[in-house]
Design a protein around this ligand. Structure first.
Ligand code: NAP
Ligand code: ZN
Ligand code: ZN
Length: 352
């Protein structure tokens, strides 16, 4: 098979862990028969983008183009594409391909496929070069990894559903969070604010743990029944042994034992936050009450579509602050200071 021909789009990339993002041009493959070509309209800014660009997880190849909360318009389709047509508004999340045949793929859990292709930070099967993400004008993705966006949702505010949305929706569903349960969400950032919205929509009693006293009113507006300032020992002690489930969305190292102690017998603390350094876990908070500590990674394609459809039915979107592409480095600095309400979204027309 001859190598597919590529074309060029404008993008923002980083040349090293220490360099800021700046304007560049990148190659995208011409759509094959099963591909959808997308003009990117909005891209959310995930803390993972920042971890990746700065090589905090140790696998970044440069130049790096992050961005995996993509919403755009279909500009071309391959001859075999069935589900999309030119002009459709579509989404692309953290995955752009997988093997399709392993048990994980067959279960719709493509995020655990050993051959999954991430939107950035993997190898592009077609071009043989590292995949490059959504801080760009366009992307070409195989049909099966393109998502439908409910028409009633604001496209910009829906973009972060593609990562922050599914990453919180999936563990809340898997651990069957619902009425009669007390659920904690740790951190009110991009993931955390969606965790609060979903946990509330699923009928749980929601408690938000924050290090930022100034976010308490917003947390209640977003759906939290209670807000706990996690640096206040008395407030933490008052919650001991009372939770069925706690979701940690924090991007930095956290005292996990303090949260394990808040769980009931058989309660679960689930990590989605992915700090660069390991965290210490004491045995006693786990063994004394048969508690569990688990992790969760985004969600597979079927569940991501289910989450988008749920958001369409319940009119759930993200609370966003729109930025221009050239404000991205400043946005990263603000994200590091927990100063985001509650997700930056890049208006990609600013990359003209
Ligand atoms: P974010 O918007 O920056 O939010 C993180 C929040 O954590 C902050 O707003 C802050 O909330 C809290 N926080 C920050 N530093 C803290 C500290 N030192 N101690 C305690 N709390 C702190 O980040 P995000 O985009 O939501 O991502 C969060 C983490 O999830 C990142 O590590 C990201 O890589 C990871 N992630 C994982 C997956 C997955 O599939 N598992 C998917 C996406 C992202 P308060 O101000 O309320 O304290
Ligand atoms: Zn993400
Ligand atoms: Zn697979």
């Amino acid at each position: 098979m001859s190598k597919p021909i590529a074309y060029s789009v404008k993008a923002y990339s980083a040349g090293s862990a220490k360099s800021p993002l700046s304007a560049t041009a990148i190659s995208r493959r011409q759509p094959t028969e099963s591909d959808v070509q997308i003009e990117i309209r909005y891209c959310g800014v995930c803390h993972s983008d920042l971890h990746f660009v700065r090589n905090e997880w140790g696998f970044t190849q440069y130049p790096a183009v992050p961005g995996h909360e993509i919403i755009g318009r279909v500009t071309a389709i391959g001859s075999a594409v069935k589900r999309f047509k030119v002009g459709d508004t579509v989404g692309v999340g953290c995955l752009v391909d997988s093997c399709r045949t392993c048990p994980d793929c067959r279960s719709g859990l493509e995020q655990f496929c050993a051959s999954m292709v991430m939107t950035y930070g993997s190898m592009d099967k077609h071009l043989g070069t590292p995949t490059l993400g959504g801080y760009s004008q366009g992307i070409v993705v195989t049909e099966d990894f393109v998502l439908r966006i409910p028409a009633n949702l604001n496209a910009a505010a829906a973009a972060p559903l593609l990562c922050a949305g599914i990453t919180t929706y999936s563990p809340l569903r898997r651990w069957k969070v619902g009425p009669g349960q007390k659920v904690g969400i740790v951190g009110l950032g991009g993931l955390g604010h969606m965790g609060v919205k979903f946990a509330r929509a699923f009928g749980a009693h929601v408690v938000l743990f924050t290090t930022s006293p100034g976010k308490a009113d917003d947390a209640r507006r977003l759906g939290a029944h209670e807000v706990v300032l996690s640096k206040d020992e008395a407030q933490m002690a008052a919650q001991a042994g009372s939770f069925d489930f706690i979701l940690d969305t924090v991007s930095a190292v956290l005292d996990l034992n303090a949260y394990l102690n808040l769980l009931k017998r058989d309660g679960n603390l689930v990590l989605v936050g992915a700090p660069e350094k390991p965290m210490a876990v004491a045995a006693f908070p786990l063994i004394m009450r048969r508690r569990s500590l688990s992790g969760s990674l985004i969600g597979g394609l079927p569940e991501t579509q289910e989450m988008l459809d749920f958001c369409g039915q319940h009119n759930i979107t993200c609370d966003i602050e729109m930025i221009r592409m050239d404000q991205i480095n400043e946005a990263y600095e603000r994200m590091l200071k927990s100063d985001v309400k509650y997700r930056f979204v890049i208006d990609m027309t600013s990359l003209k």
